[in-house]
Design a protein around this ligand. Structure first.
Ligand code: CA
Length: 683
């Protein structure tokens, strides 16, 4: 074959290979989601896998080198208010949400914005949100990014462009419904719930066809107006546990605003439900009763939303003790037997281990101070303490409406067997409002309690903990104490590490096995979200979103004073500064340095007058740092054999050898890296 033809062919092969490698976001389908634990380069779903353990086996960053971790890049969202999202990472792109349901696609290598979508929420809808205009992230499926918008929309965006593919309204927008949770993808459907139980709504979770946006099913969590037919058998059963009030006028509550997980093997979707509307049961269901399915874990059929089993964590909820907190699925050995379990640390302070095949209670322990009840370990039904009830007068209760643990993601490390819980110690005070009167207005809270008692919140009365919890023994293995509550979600890794952010702006790494702090960096803003980790080009990144707000950021008063840093939304990626150098590599390195300095001399003897000093061209001639990878592969052909003669680049065959050209090329690439230019980047 003619030499020139060979060159062209080689260039074509290179181009084809690059084209394939750069193909955008390979299809994420159901099979890929089920096998998400195999993809260390990605973080495919909210909790990394359907089990939502937030454990990554990656260990390039580990207990012996994490002290060297440095910021690799930072992306500013340009937004204030709480940033609670867990990033999704697919094929080199990070997808995050900021406050007001903004969505961003960001280059996972550089932190550069690819696109930004603003759903343009009416600023007045902010008053419907009990706990700030936050959003906890997107879902990704078949080339689309799914976001639940604060005003109740569910939208599918084109993952390449951020343009809206479909948009549906999932709520009655005349009522104070909001969406802050991340959608989940289950068998071709997008599942989404909503919030609003403080103001007064009826909770439900819905499934929409992921491709078309058509509603497939909707499951209400509490019974509605008794003059109307029951939507399901499960609600008919539930209605018998409500009595004497007119809860349906307020809504009843039970909103599913955060936790949704899926077990593809058992074909069950698990949903956590929220508190009652109103909070106080004396206004909601004065005749007593458990008020199903408030504060419960529900197991639903993914195709119909039909209830299979339920477990109620707080029967007859009286304290805003939601069970919407993150659910983790795991297989544990308990009393020598393998058990398929769900683990949850709901607001009420008990850590639950439940059999996820049938909802049977296995055990519970208290991960924070609990004064409202003790636990019947046989039945799994809490035994209320009279001191926590408040038919009249004031009750001081632990935990509180902030929760011993709230939405902040917890994580489970199968290597240590421990669950890392971002916990809070807050003393709560409850008192009934003098007379409960339902106010049907999208900005009015309808809890039936006296909010004056929140004046009790002072600095020092509240604090935070990172609890490393043994779910089998139901006890803490180690605890890290923070002066302030509302610290970030946790991430745990195969490097024996736990990462957690803090409201004072630090991002911190602890040794997973014993809690020794190994590293911290100041992000400049409070970190309340949970971090993720992924691998790209052989480099492990740990990434977290900072941004101050959320329930405690808004109402914390004096107790939250001085926290939060500049409060701005900021995505930060951390990585090790470079692979650690072994002694054997030092010799190579010195040789390479010699070659570089020789390459520098040869470059300045032969190339500088056209391509610029130190490989910085001023515009008239090509700046070689920006050469595309395919041009790099034929570098010697260009310099020695005149392949670009037609463009005015002569052959240097008379002056340079193949070895010389290799040294010049190494110097050019060194300068490209040194000046932060990406190969093939546009100038
Ligand atoms: Ca609530």
């Amino acid at each position: 074959m003619h030499r020139r033809a060979v060159l062209v062919l080689r260039a074509l092969v290179v181009l084809t290979a690059l084209g394939a490698g750069a193909a955008f976001a390979a299809e994420v389908d159901d099979a890929r989601l089920r096998a998400a634990d195999k993809e260390n380069e990605a973080w495919l779903t909210h909790g990394r896998t359907y089990a939502e353990q937030r454990y990554s086996p990656l260990d390039q960053i580990n207990e012996s080198n994490v002290e060297n971790l440095i910021p690799a890049w930072t992306f500013e969202t340009g937004l204030k208010r709480g940033h609670e999202a867990t990033p999704i990472v697919i094929d080199g792109v990070l997808y995050i949400t900021g406050s007001w349901s903004h969505v961003f696609a960001v280059d996972a290598r550089t932190g550069k914005e690819i696109w930004h979508y603003d759903p343009k929420v009416n600023p007045l809808d902010g008053r419907k949100a009990c706990c700030d205009v936050v959003n906890r992230g997107v879902a990704f499926y078949k080339g689309k990014v799914y976001v639940g918008v604060l005003d109740g929309r569910l939208e599918a965006l084109d993952a390449k462009t951020g343009k809206v593919v479909w948009s549906v309204v999932t709520v009655d927008q005349s009522k104070p419904y909001t969406i802050t949770g991340a959608p989940r993808i289950v068998e071709g459907k997008v599942l989404i719930g909503n919030g609003g139980a403080e103001l007064g709504v009826r909770g439900y979770v819905s499934a929409y066809d992921a491709l078309t946006g058509k509603q497939v099913w909707r499951t209400y969590t509490v019974p509605g107006d008794p003059s109307k037919p029951f939507e399901s058998k499960a609600l008919e059963t539930a209605a018998k546990t409500w009595s004497g009030g007119e809860w349906w006028k307020v809504g009843g509550g039970g909103t599913a605003w955060d936790a949704i997980t899926y077990d593809p093997e058992l074909k069950l979707v698990y949903v956590g439900t929220g508190n009652g509307s109103p909070w106080t049961r004396y206004a909601r269901s004065p005749g007593g009763g458990d008020n199903l399915y408030l504060s419960s874990i529900l197991a639903l059929k993914p195709d119909t939303g039909e209830l299979v089993w339920h477990y109620q964590t707080t029967p007859g909820d009286n304290w805003d003790f939601t069970a919407t907190q993150p659910l983790i699925l795991a297989d544990l050995s308990i009393d020598g037997k393998p058990r398929k379990v769900i683990m949850q640390a709901p607001k009420n302070g008990f850590f639950y281990v439940i059999d996820r095949t049938n909802g049977t209670f296995i055990s519970a322990g208290t991960y924070v101070k609990v004064s409202w009840a003790s636990m019947d370990q046989k039945t799994g039904r809490p035994i209320e303490n009279k001191t926590a009830d408040y038919p009249e007068g004031l009750a001081l209760v632990q935990p509180t409406a902030f929760g011993g643990h709230n939405w902040h993601p917890m994580s489970f490390n199968p290597k240590t067997g421990l669950v890392y819980i971002p916990a809070h110690e807050v003393l709560g005070a409850y008192k009934r409002a003098p007379a409960f009167e339902y106010k049907n207005d999208p900005g009015k809270w309808n809890t039936g309690t006296d909010f004056n008692v929140y004046g009790l919140l002072t600095r020092g009365a509240v604090s935070g903990r990172l609890v490393a919890w043994d779910p089998v023994k139901q006890e803490a293995r180690w605890t890290h104490f923070y002066a302030n509550p509302w610290n970030g979600g946790t991430l745990t890794t195969g490097g024996n590490l736990v990462f957690q952010g803090a409201t004072d702006g630090r991002y911190i790494a602890y040794r997973a096995s014993d809690g020794k702090q190994l590293w911290e960096e100041q992000t400049g803003s409070a970190v309340i979200a949970g971090g993720v980790t992924y691998m790209l080009d052989g480099k492990q990144y740990v990434t977290v979103l900072a941004g101050w707000g959320g329930a405690f950021g808004l109402v914390g008063g004096e107790a939250a004073q001085g926290l939060g840093g500049d409060g701005k939304g900021r995505l930060i990626a951390y990585a090790l500064p470079g692979a650690p150098i072994k002694p054997s590599q030092v010799v190579d390195l010195i040789t390479k340095q010699d070659e570089l300095s020789l390459g520098e001399r040869l470059y300045h003897e032969n190339c500088v007058v056209c391509h610029g000093g130190s490989v910085v061209a001023m515009g008239a001639m090509p700046d070689l740092r920006y050469s595309t990878p395919e041009v790099r592969t034929i570098f010697a052909d260009i310099v020695l054999r005149g392949v670009f003669r037609g463009k005015g680049m002569p052959s240097f065959e008379k002056f340079l050898s193949e070895a010389d050209v290799a040294k010049i090329k190494a110097y050019v690439e060194h300068r490209q890296q040194q000046t932060g230019v990406q190969p093939g980047q546009a100038r």
